[in-house]
Design a protein around this ligand. Sequence first.
Ligand SMILES: Cc1cc2nc3c(=O)[nH]c(=O)nc-3n(C[C@H](O)[C@H](O)[C@H](O)COP(=O)(O)OP(=O)(O)OC[C@H]3O[C@@H](n4cnc5c(N)ncnc54)[C@H](O)[C@@H]3O)c2cc1C
Length: 636
Amino acid sequence: MKLSWKQGLGVWAATTSCLLLAVWLRYYLADNGFIKEPNQTYDYIVVGAGTSGCVLAAKLAASNSKVLVIEAGGEPPWYSWIPIVAPILQGSEQYDWRFRTVPQKFAAGALHGNQAFWPQGKMVGGSGQMNFLIHATGSPSDYDSWKVPGWDSHTMKKALDRLTCWTKSIVKPLVARPSFLLDGESEMCSAPVLAEIENSTSCSENAQHIQCPSAAVKVQRVNATETPLLKAFLDAGRACGHSVSEMDRWSDTGSFMASHNTIDGKAGQRWSTYHSHLMPAMKRYSNLHVLTKSSVTKLVWRRNKVIGIQYLDADGRIKHVKAGKEILLSAGTIKTTQILQQSGIGPPHVLEPLDIPMKADLPVGENLQDHLQVPLFVELNASVSLNIVKMLHPRQFWNYMVHGKGALATSGIEGIATLTKKREDGKPSKPYGMLILFNMGSINADVYTSVANIKKEAFHRWFPKSSSLSQEGFVLISICLHPRSRGHIRITSPDPMQPPEIDPAYLSNDYDVQCSIDTIKQGVELLNTDSFRELGARVHWPTFPECGSKQGIDNQRYLECLVRTAALTMYHPAGTATMGHKDDPDAVVDPELRVRGVNGLRVVDASVLPRLPSGPPNSVLVAMAERAADFIINKH
Ligand SMILES: Cc1cc2nc3c(=O)[nH]c(=O)nc-3n(C[C@H](O)[C@H](O)[C@H](O)COP(=O)(O)OP(=O)(O)OC[C@H]3O[C@@H](n4cnc5c(N)ncnc54)[C@H](O)[C@@H]3O)c2cc1C
């Protein structure tokens, strides 16, 4: 029987809808353990069910404690499990906090009002439920530079190794575990595996001996033999004299490699800490309660001890819950800062004008830092990239729904390079820049301009071919790994529902501009190698009028202007409740993440990072939260 195109479309739409419904049912019916009304008292209250909060809650619940997780957002939408759709959640009123910075003096020229938009997840899973899934562990020198007792590179390596389990390709087909082992249980990698590394060689001997952790980060490595673009990236790196490594390396020397993404390789799904930690713990422990759509506004005090929280429930009523042991703030950098200041923990110059009684004079909100990215579009004339037409092909849906494979099962991030350079004494520097290969030829102007606040005209000068849905190409992202600019987050009203003032002071330190330029130059150099020439690679230098008419790599003034115009957030705000030695005046929390001078309160999220690691921080935060849970369990 021959179908007309309309009938064919109808069959395709019906099949797709059924499959989507099946996925939806699978996730929604599986989620239990959410409560409507909390008890009056718990041992621990975890504020925020994001990357860090999910880990803490699961580990504390496994220690037999009564745990309440309180989350401002609701359950994540079913489509958040599909790796490629992450950007769709940005800008959503329901799932994104939609923070905005104040106008930036030295950056953000392409953005309306020089204001950067900062998406942050507002749902169970937090920002880890909408992120781009890059798994990175940083470099050893990152942790040593913190100079915080107990957080050196040696300790962090152990914590990160405990998280991730590498295995070799011959153990395929992968068998996903039905639920996670929790405390005290473990298994070997060679049996049901928790991580997929295809074609790995460097770790294969070790793989049999590594103990899989109780609740691991599943990591899928993009396979260079399947993606010609990644192969070209790695070959170009090699041709330019960089080292290329098979696996995530624990080293300060920098290298090019395939991206490791936190994707469940078997199902092709996002692997956030909701999935890895909270969801299995909710199914297993009746002492773990999760309350959603409830926003914590303040801490409740008895003298210098925090004994509970005040929150607004889903109907906007003010309510209170007590914690017998501790409150753990894991609300993410911005909201944790806000809750602390609103509760009287912060610097006098923030609290006094608002008549908020001071409980602890600490530099909460200072030391704000973020990674900035400069994305450049590289056009190709070979059919090797993803684009919207290819992604929407019915075969991709089928492949995804039936096999958990294909374009929808990827994040689009395929290659990562950590860069070093020669110092004056001839020795290599520590990693300073990162290149990311984002395999996406067509970029939707409406989506991108609205989520990133980009002026339409600037966008078209930046991504001139974006209107073609079948465009071949990729986005080469350059990141300065250790920016020196520091900003702040400050509340400007005693009303907890008013957003705080966010000023990252982007590019206020000239080092950050030059660091971005050096990274861009190393990225563009790759395009002159045979591997990219064969694909017809051509970079589009944005033609911003304010940057003059001489675009290109040899024009320093153009490059400076480009960075100040086109740098965007890489979504990693951190540092505002920084961790430090217990007597360090710049520290908000001590090495065990207790708020200095306050009893019963810890902070466990990106705000405690003294300095950003050499890469996206999500997996580092998972390791930190696992360690924090150990501190807490050992204490009580
Ligand atoms: C778009 C995007 C892409 C990213 N890509 C990557 C990547 O590829 N790789 C990577 O490593 N990192 C990435 N990141 C960064 C990474 O996801 C974050 O650093 C990490 O998730 C932060 O974890 P957290 O625990 O500090 O906070 P979050 O995960 O943001 O969790 C905070 C939680 O607290 C809740 N909350 C806030 N206020 C309250 C309140 N008052 N009451 C109750 N609950 C509250 C929030 O709703 C949220 O669920 C990305 C981030 C974004 C936004």
